[in-house]
Each structure stands twice: as structure tokens, then as C-alpha cells.
Design a binder for this molecule. Structure first.
Ligand code: ADP
Ligand code: MG
Length: 683
């Protein structure tokens, strides 16, 4: 039942199916795990005395006027008479659709955010509207209305209908309960989330609601079970001992244009030692943006090459792969180590040649995206895998690596590198077992980034300054938290931000990147920005960790009160990568909570990523900031490892109990929760 394809659900036609697939939603289960972003309370009407600008309201009344107001882009205005108030309902670009609007005399129910126009007149822009039937009762809904994260251009109503159908089907044929003793069944939890009761909105949005916790517990349990399986598999594995046969590593160190910092030298000694062991290294290297992790990757690759083994280096995007490849080539090629880039977008003939070189061993170091894990990529002698800024690389990917080794019993050594400090418990459940190295000092001579905190009432001025800086050749990032208006009316979204900037400053070359674009589309924008064809890159937080555009020296962040410290620090780290004096503008929506204030103060004063990450965990109020889900730190479906830290123990207990008493549930649990990630491995 859970694996019912989405196209069988009510209202899902081929176009909708296509959009859902693009968003990774294939089955009924996938759809039910697409949790609401927020809820609207349409269970009550708003009394007249509460109708003020800025408020979300639901009103019933009669249309008493309908007219098209001429303008460059005509506006259709309906006047709604409700409880003695007169409210304008405005529709932009509606010429083609004006016949679909209600006629004068029609009773309607509308829902939307009140604004006041230039004359202080209350208005609703594109409200949600229901026609009321004068001859029938028109009861208000008794559940909250869920607003889902956008999927392509799908209408919210369509998603609600499909989800209601999915829930109805599950009620007929409930999914099996796989956990031991829970207070809520799976189907009850799903209903509580999608058909939420008034009063539950806050607990649900912050993830504290028992239904969400129930779902998260099951997911964490599945992950625990997989991590345990992986641990057994790794414990029995061998790895090639990468003992250097030449002086390659020493040569590389001597030829570097800088001296290794003490921290780098120390970590390198540890890695060099571990690579010589016949057991697979499994090390996580954490180091702030710009702390100099790449050179350690190069050293490790040099040692592998010197021992006669190949190294495969994986980055999350093509642009990051290109950057890594450029650094490695600069260092390794002069020493006679062959190094090449392999990505999905390379020309077929070129790719074929590289695959041949990998297979016969003439290519020693290969850098690429997850295309490197595809079936047809085979190595002569793979000894080391390095994964940069790729948090999706969990135990399941590591299991897949086993098959890339030279012998069935051998697996390559693994070095994970990240600029996002990951708490240890989180790291353990993501990766099973691993050791951690922290690179805490930064290379000498780094400039600090001037950071200012400004209320968004001055957003206009900030934009003015941005435009004039860009005229002088500055490049800037502008980050807004959401993709489009439908996701949030309280915070900014990139589509509107980009439109707004283009409208105000026609000469400004504005690019746009967000999570709903394909990899190729994103890369194209990034490349254009890097090459200097764009002045401003408006983006959600998808602008990758580690992206290096040295000419970018200004970072503007909307609704900075919504982000955790670690994330603000990551975003800020996108500038200040060249010799240019750089700055970061944190815009916030007043009033700030006490915690919000403390967070922004901290980021203004500190440039130390590790200290900020610690503080972040302390300051994090439930639901106050976007969780790890939005930071891209995890590929969890429900759980948020920071938010749900207290579920870690119960999940471990569940996993133990299941292993001992109902081992037949292990496979179904892993399948239910992790098959989407396993799909990624096989992709
Ligand atoms: P990250 O840890 O974010 O991947 P990089 O490895 O890209 O950082 O390093 C950032 C910059 O610092 C690079 O230009 C690199 O060459 C330089 N760098 C690395 N180590 C040192 C060092 N010990 N002294 C001076 N510069 C260094
Ligand atoms: Mg890096």
C-alpha cells in the first residue's frame, strides 16, 4: 500500500506526476512524508474589530462591485462587503481570467493577509476564495489547512486532495506497525500531521508534537539498524595498506606555496599513519570554510599514488568538483601524478577515455560528482575515497563502496571532509563508526568579514548601496529563505527578491538559484556568476558550501533571524575568499526575540565557526530557527537530529529490541525509511 505510485492518487495526472517525481516523490508514502510547511486556520471567521493590515483573516461577505482598473498592467478589483467593512480584493494580470472571478451579488468566503493601500483602504491580494451557495449550509472546515512546501507549480489544493486520498486508502488498509510499544500508530500520526487539529499548529511546526516525534523515532530507529548492519560489515573488512614507495608526499610538501599550519601537519600525520593500516580508515575531517582541508586531500591522494593505488574524490556539485580538480592538478600534476575530472556533463568520448584510464590504472586521481559511483565506473586499484562537503554520504554509500574495491573482502579508505561541524552523536548515526579530526586554526593572513545587522525596514537602502557597489565591480550574494511566496508570507522569497531588484535597477545583472532548479540549471547560474556575467546572485541556502568566487565580496541575508548561527556563518563564508575587503549584511524582521538578538550579536562579533556551532546548540529555541532539514545537513525525511537529539537513546533501545525479538522487522523498516537513499546509491 505504501508503495502505491502517486499517479493512482486522486487528482494526480501526468503533469502532476512529473512534478512530483522531480521532487523525489514517487509513492504514496513519499507523499505522506512531504510534511506541511505551516498551517492556516480557516476554521473560524475573523471578527471585524480584528481586521487590521498584516493580519491573516478569513471573511464572508457579498461582492458589491467588480471593475478593471486601467494601468500598464490592469488590476481587477472586487469590492467585498463584510460585517460593515469594505475590502478590496485585487487580482493582477487577470485580464484573461477575469471571467472566472465571482460576479456582483455573489457570496464568498475569502482568506488572505490584509494589507492597506496608499489611502489606508484594506485590501487582499489574490486571496483564496470560495463561492458560497445561498441555498445550502457552507460549514467551515474543522481541521487546519495544511500548506505544503512547493512542488514545481502544483497547486496546494491538488496536493491536499492527493494526500487526503492517500490517508483514506491507508485507513482502509493500515500499514504494519514495526516499532515496539508506541503510543500512536503510524496512521494516527500521519493523520494528526496532515489533518491537523486547531491548536496543534505550533507543536507541529516546531516538530514537538507527539505525532512528529513518533514518525521521527521510527526513522531514527531504521537508521540505527542500518548503521549497525554497516558496522558489522566494516568490522570484517580489510583495506589495502597504503605504504608510500616513493618520496611523492615529501616533494609535495616542499613544493607547496605555503607552510602547513600546525593543525594541518598534525592531522596529516594521523591520516598518513592510518592509511598504512590494512583496515579501512574512516575519518571525518571538520574544518571551517577556508581552513585548508583540500591540501590534506591532496597529500592523502599523493600517498595512495605513491603506494600504487588510485584515489576517487567526490564533491556534491560540478562546480565544486571543478574547483577541487583545479587545486589538485596544480599540486599533483607537476609531480607526475595524473589527475582528471569526471562529471555527468562531460563529452561522451572524453568520458569514455577517462573510464578506460581508470580501469587500466593510468589515471591515478579522479575528481567528480556522484557520477563516480555509477555502475560503469570501475577502477584498477582503488585505495582511497575522499568525499568533500557531502553530508548525504552516509553508511549506505559507504556500503556501496565495498563493491568498488579490488577484492571482495577489501574496501577503500575513506576521508570525509566538511565545513559544517557535526555533533558527535549525529555523526555516529549518520556514518556508523568513525573518527574525527578538527582543523581549528585558519591559515595566516585571513581578513575578517565586516558584519552588520540591519532591520529590514531599511532593505531599500541596502539595495541602493548594493546597486552602486555593483557599478564599481563588486559581486554580491543575496540570500532569501524561501523559493516563492506560497511558502511563506512572513519572510522573503528569492523569486520576489530577484524580481524586485531587477525592477528597481534595470542595469543590474541578477541571477537566481534555488533548490527547485535542476543541477544543470543551478550550475549554469553559478558558472555565470563565477565568470563575472552576473552582478548579484539571488539564492536560497543552496549556494553551496565551499563555492569559491573570490571576487564576491558582499553577502546580504534576508530574515537572518530565521537561521542558526552555524548556517549564518557558512553563508557569510561565501565571501572574504579573495583579497577584497568583504562584508556581510544581516537583515532581520523586527521585533527580534531575545534569542534572536543574542544570535545576531554573536555572529556579528565572532568569526570562529566552531565556537558559533557550540553556541548555536545552546541558543537554539525549539522551532525558532530553520532546522538541519533546511541546512542540507541531513537527508532525513522527518527527523531533525538537532531538534530530536532526545530521541537518540529511545531509537537505540528500539533498534536493540527489534534485533533481539523481531529481527524480521529490520528489512521492512530499512526499506520503508531508507529506500530513497538507497535509490541514490544506485542512481
Ligand atoms: P576549505 O577547508 O574550505 O576547503 P581550502 O582548502 O579551499 O579550504 O583552502 C582555502 C585557501 O587557503 C586555499 O587557497 C589554500 O590554498 C589556502 N591554504 C591552505 N592551507 C594554507 C596554509 N597552511 N597557509 C596558507 N594558505 C593555505
Ligand atoms: Mg573545500
Amino acid at each position: 500500500m505504501l508503495s502505491t505510485p502517486v499517479n493512482q492518487l486522486a487528482g494526480v495526472g501526468p503533469a502532476a506526476e512529473d512534478s512530483l517525481h522531480k521532487a523525489g516523490i514517487f509513492t504514496l508514502w513519499d507523499l505522506l512524508l512531504h510534511l506541511p510547511l505551516r498551517y492556516e486556520d480557516r476554521t473560524q471567521l475573523t471578527p471585524a474589530n480584528e481586521c487590521q493590515a498584516g493580519k491573516l483573516v478569513q471573511l464572508e461577505g457579498i461582492i458589491n462591485r467588480s471593475q478593471e482598473v486601467p494601468a500598464r498592467r490592469p488590476i481587477h478589483v472586487l469590492s467585498l462587503q463584510s460585517q460593515g467593512l469594505l475590502i478590496q480584493l485585487k487580482f493582477l494580470n487577470y485580464q484573461k481570467w477575469s471571467h472566472t472571478l465571482p460576479k456582483v451579488g455573489q457570496s464568498v468566503r475569502v482568506f488572505g493577509q490584509l494589507r492597506s493601500d496608499m489611502h489606508g483602504q484594506l485590501e487582499l491580494l489574490h486571496p483564496t476564495m470560495t463561492r458560497l451557495d445561498a441555498h445550502k449550509p457552507n460549514p467551515l472546515p474543522d481541521r487546519l489547512t495544511a500548506v505544503y512546501p512547493s512542488v514545481g507549480t502544483l497547486k496546494q489544493a491538488l496536493m491536499r486532495k492527493a494526500i487526503a486520498d492517500a490517508l483514506a486508502r491507508l485507513s482502509q488498509q493500515p500499514p504494519s506497525e514495526l516499532l515496539y510499544q508506541t503510543h500512536i500508530t503510524l496512521i494516527e500520526a500521519l493523520k494528526a500531521v496532515h489533518l491537523a487539529k486547531p491548536g496543534d499548529a505550533l507543536a507541529l511546526s516546531t516538530g514537538q508534537h507527539p505525532a512528529i516525534q513518533r514518525l521521527a523515532l521510527e526513522e531514527l530507529t531504521a537508521q540505527q539498524l542500518l548503521a549497525r548492519q554497516a558496522r558489522h560489515a566494516f568490522a570484517q573488512s580489510e583495506a589495502p595498506a597504503l605504504v608510500a614507495q616513493t618520496s611523492l608526499v615529501t616533494q609535495l610538501i616542499e613544493r607547496l606555496p605555503f607552510q602547513l599550519t600546525q593543525g594541518q601537519a598534525h592531522i596529516w600525520a594521523t591520516i598518513a599513519e592510518e592509511l598504512q593500516q590494512p583496515h579501512p580508515m574512516h575519518r571525518l575531517l571538520q574544518g571551517d570554510v577556508g581552513s585548508g582541508k583540500t591540501v590534506l586531500a591532496a597529500l592523502a591522494a599523493a600517498q595512495a599514488a605513491s603506494a600504487g593505488y588510485q584515489t576517487s574524490i567526490m564533491a556534491p556539485t560540478e562546480i565544486l568538483a571543478e574547483q577541487l580538480d583545479a587545486s589538485l592538478n596544480e599540486w599533483l600534476t607537476p609531480l607526475g601524478v595524473s589527475c582528471a575530472l569526471l562529471t555527468a556533463s562531460a563529452k561522451a568520448a572524453e568520458k569514455r577515455q577517462k573510464l578506460i584510464d581508470l580501469l587500466d590504472g593510468s589515471l591515478q586521481v579522479v575528481v567528480g560528482t556522484h557520477a563516480l559511483f555509477q555502475e560503469q565506473v570501475n577502477y584498477h586499484k582503488l585505495g582511497l575515497v575522499i568525499v568533500d562537503e557531502q553530508h548525504r554520504f552516509g553508511v549506505e554509500q559507504r556500503l556501496a563502496l565495498k563493491n568498488k574495491g579490488t577484492h571482495a573482502s577489501q574496501m577503500p579508505h575513506l576521508l570525509l571532509m566538511t565545513a559544517t561541524p557535526i555533533p558527535r552523536t549525529l555523526a555516529m548515526s549518520l556514518y556508523g563508526d568513525l573518527s574525527v579530526s578538527n582543523l581549528t586554526e585558519r591559515p595566516p593572513g585571513r581578513q575578517t568579514i565586516e558584519t552588520v545587522v540591519i532591520p529590514e525596514t531599511r532593505r531599500d537602502q541596502v539595495a541602493e548601496r548594493l546597486a552602486s557597489a555593483c557599478q564599481q565591480g563588486t559581486q554580491a550574494y543575496w540570500v532569501s529563505p524561501f523559493v516563492q511566496m506560497s511558502e511563506s508570507i512572513e519572510a522573503h522569497n528569492v523569486k520576489d527578491t530577484a524580481q524586485w531588484l531587477k525592477g528597481r535597477f534595470p542595469a543590474l545583472r541578477v541571477g537566481l538559484v534555488h533548490g527547485q532548479l535542476t543541477h544543470t540549471e543551478k550550475d549554469k547560474q553559478m558558472q555565470a556568476f563565477k565568470a563575472g556575467y552576473l552582478d548579484v546572485l539571488v539564492a536560497t541556502t543552496v549556494i553551496e558550501v565551499g563555492v569559491n568566487v573570490p571576487n564576491a565580496s558582499l553577502m546580504i541575508i534576508d530574515n537572518s533571524e530565521r537561521y542558526g548561527l552555524a548556517q549564518l556563518h557558512q553563508l557569510r563564508g561565501r565571501v572574504g575568499r579573495g583579497s577584497l575587503k568583504s562584508s556581510c549584511v544581516l537583515l532581520y524582521k523586527p521585533p527580534l526575540s531575545e534569542q534572536g538578538q543574542a544570535r545576531l550579536e554573536a555572529i556579528r562579533h565572532s568569526q570562529d565557526g566552531f565556537a558559533l556551532a557550540e553556541l548555536d546548540l545552546q541558543l537554539r529555541g525549539p522551532g525558532e530557527v530553520l532546522g538541519t532539514r533546511q541546512t542540507g545537513l541531513s537527508e532525513w525525511r522527518i527527523a531533525d537530529l538537532l531538534r530530536d537529539a532526545k530521541l537518540h537513546q529511545p531509537a537505540m533501545a528500539q533498534a536493540q529490541w527489534i534485533e533481539q525479538h523481531t529481527p524480521e522487522r529490520i528489512a521492512p523498516l530499512i526499506e520503508r525509511w531508507l529506500s530513497n537513499r538507497l535509490r541514490f546509491v544506485q542512481a
